[in-house]
Design a protein around this ligand. Structure first.
Ligand code: UD1
Ligand code: CA
Length: 457
């Protein structure tokens, strides 16, 4: 028997209440689309194959998620039940269980999904519904259950009568169905309700009529099952997830001085004894090594910061900063940069697509673009690596132990050899051999008493 575990994620709705040109499920929470959070949690709970129902903004959703999913197209969004009906060709002939999730519940965890699956399978239910008790259940479907915890029906908020509206047990929108039982009941759905939609929730009543058993799997973790329908709820999900991530990092041994003003992505790794000051935003696939100090206000994205580096007020994108190096304040390290160990990148320095080897100092007001700079060098203040000729970019190479004086232009392509010196103010257009001194500027002349004579007639 095929007892594989499938997940069906509903993501075709427009999300009118978001008032957006972007489909709701790809609005981001902690830097990642809501639907990706849902899929990640399902994957961690051992779901083996995914199908995603797309419709509104289908191409945008597909572009975000990429390959690796069975996409099912729901041409018109006629309700959550209608969305699942579009998945019949995918589910047909399958014997296992399918977890149905909505793409707008980003806070859901793998623990809760696993618990629902075990609950349904182990207790022999034909379906399990994840439910929660809310003080303010407005907007959610209400669970009509009996004393044995069987779910008899789900009534949508808009269709509920006065008495049903008082019920506090709500439908989280997360279900686990035995596939053949779901298929048996799906085709009996109709749209006879306040919204003229095919509600997936009606399947529960239909299953009951067919003598099938539906269990209510209650969770106390009410924040984890909150749906996002508008931007107020989006901000609240962001806040909740941000704290969840921050707390995990703190428990792992990271000092976060002001959690209210620190932003760390879900997939960032931060080593023990790192200290994070307020105003840091750490995103994407970033790792921060042990003992690093992030002084206030850095933005770090998809980068590797090796242990004991110190950063301040800087932007680091798709780059690597080596052990013990310091960056900033106000440095801009752009994609493709590889900074060695014990390097100093000072204030108002921009580095782009360049490598800088160990112990080199680039202390102030310098642009290094498309260059390979050796170790132990000193790049003076105000140096410009002139990498663009108006049409093409060219590379510059600077050897080890080189001393580049202040205000030098290195016009690429050009090579500066090991142990050489470039005099301040030089514009270098030709290669400089090792151990030499290059001076490329007009010689100073002095005209004595010139100023005194200037006004004499
Ligand atoms: C739904 C449930 C409600 C539950 C709540 C939990 C139904 C009828 N109601 O209400 O009982 O308490 O979620 O958050 O299921 N979608 C499609 N195609 C459609 C319509 C919706 O794919 O035709 C998708 C949406 O993209 C969304 C999800 O289904 O991700 C839920 O739709 P939404 O309109 O937000 O349902 P709710 O009104 O929140
Ligand atoms: Ca919703």
């Amino acid at each position: 028997m095929d007892d594989k575990l499938y997940a069906l994620i509903l993501a075709a709705g427009e999300g009118k209440r978001m008032k957006s040109k972007i489909p709701k499920v790809i609005h981001k929470v902690c830097g990642m689309p809501m639907i990706s959070h849902v899929i990640d949690s399902a994957r961690e709970s051992k779901v083996e194959e995914f199908a995603v129902v797309i419709g509104h903004g289908a191409d945008m959703v597909k572009n975000q998620l990429g390959d690796g999913y069975n996409y099912i197209y729901q041409k018109e969004q006629l309700g959550t039940g209608h969305a699942v009906m579009q998945a019949v060709p995918f589910l047909e002939h399958k014997q296992g269980y399918v977890v149905v999730l909505y793409g707008d519940t980003p806070l859901i965890t793998s623990d809760i999904i696993s618990h629902l699956i075990e609950f349904t399978v182990n207790k022999g239910y034909n379906a399990g519904v994840l439910t929660a008790e809310l003080d303010n259940p407005a907007g959610y479907g209400r669970i009509i259950s009996d004393e044995n915890n069987y779910v008899k029906a789900i009534v949508e908020d808009r269709d509920a009568d006065y008495k049903q509206k008082l019920i506090k047990q709500i439908n989280t929108g997360i279900y686990c169905f035995k596939i053949p039982d779901l298929l048996k009941c799906l085709n009996k759905l109709n749209n006879d309700n306040a919204q003229r939609e095919y509600y997936l929730t009606d399947v529960i009543g239909i299953m009951n009529e067919a003598g099938l058993k539906v269990g209510a799997c209650k969770t106390r973790r009410i924040h984890e099952v909150e749906g996002v329908n508008d931007r107020v709820q989006l901000a609240s999900a962001e806040r909740f997830m941000r704290y969840r991530i921050l707390e995990q990092n703190m428990l792992n041994g990271v000092t976060i001085i002001d959690p209210d003003n620190t932003y760390i992505g879900k997939y960032c790794e931060i080593g023990q004894d790192a200290i994070i000051y307020p105003g840091n935003v750490i995103e994407g696939q970033t790792s921060i090594g042990e003992g690093c100090i992030l002084f206030p206000n850095n933005r770090i994205e998809d980068s590797i910061i090796e242990p004991f580096a110190k950063l301040q007020c800087s932007v680091i994108l798709e780059s690597k900063i080596g052990e013990n190096s310091t960056v900033g304040p106000y440095a801009y390290v752009r994609p493709g940069s590889n900074i060695g160990t014990n390097v100093r990148i000072g204030d108002f320095v921009e580095i782009k697509n360049s490598s800088i080897e160990d112990y080199t100092k680039v202390s102030h007001l310098t642009y290094v673009g498309d260059a390979d700079v050796g170790k132990n060098g000193n790049i003076g203040c105000g140096v410009v690596f002139v990498n663009y000729d108006g049409r093409k970019k060219h590379r510059t190479t600077v050897g080890d132990n080189a001393f580049i004086g202040c205000n030098v232009n290195l016009v690429a392509p050009v090579t500066v050899g090991d142990n050489s010196y470039i005099a301040a103010g030089s514009t270098i257009t030709e290669d400089v051999s090792e151990y030499s001194l290059a001076i490329a500027r007009a010689r100073q002349t002095i005209k004595p008493n010139w100023a005194k004579n200037k006004y004499k007639k």
